[in-house]
Design a protein around this ligand. Sequence first.
Ligand code: CAA
Length: 258
Amino acid sequence: MADYNSILVEQRDAVTLVTLNRPQALNALNSEVLRELIAAFAAYDADDGQRCLVLTGSEKAFAAGADIKEMSSQGFADMYASDFFAGWEKVTATRKPWIAAVSGFALGGGCEVAMMADFIIAGDNAKFGQPEIKLGVTPGMGGSQRLTLAVGKAKAMEMCLTGRMMNAEEAERAGLVARVVPAASLLDEALKTAAEIAAMPPLAAIAAKEMVNGTFEQSLSQGIRFERRLFHGLFGTADQKEGMAAFVEKRPGNWTGK
Ligand code: CAA
């Protein structure tokens, strides 16, 4: 496995666990973290033996944002020339499913990375926020869009304009997180859910992810047609034959990813 400095990567059967590992900076997301995440997610996507990924941080902080110290002296020309943050699109291009397991602070870029995941499982100590306005900026990694899509205009606007944090309970009520679990069992719960997904027929998992994400990219009628075409396409796979035969024969399916 590649050598990383700011993240830890391990494989647990068919689940890849990626842990942000800059405790001295509450997992602030600097360029090295981004570079390493791009590499780790690409390796996961390319590995046929890996079927789900969990991204997590520490108990105190999933991630306290983009690295303010790295950005503070940058000017417009630097940011524009490097298309700063564009690399995150490589993370969101991951085709296979991944879950964010959030404990503690998920602020600014931390909240935005969590929202890039297919879904979030939160510890009951999680705190989500977009406090960039207090630094004289705004969300820059998709937060204004993904937060609004997740929780609606009223809460997203309030959070972006005041920087107030949402606790785990409110985040679940608002639809930002799929599930809240006791902080102490967060990783176990996330890994258990990931293992459940990893045991699913892999092509159907990719197709399900692609069609749900399509909701945000296209109109309802386009989305429904896209879903139907992908659904039709799955009838060309061995796993569809196996899954339906297994149901009729009252036995578990044996997936080949073909
Ligand atoms: N960037 C760089 N360093 C950070 C950081 C960040 N986003 N967040 C925390 N740190 C560093 C602190 O500077 C501190 O380092 P030193 O010990 O060297 O001083 C260390 O992490 C511990 O942090 P605190 O002492 O502040 O810890 P705390 O428990 O008192 O407070 C906190 C925790 C409320 C999360 C506070 O750290 C904080 O407000 N952090 C910044 C949150 C923020 O504004 N995030 C948005 C960043 S901008 C962004 O993300 C842009 C975007 O859209 C992508």
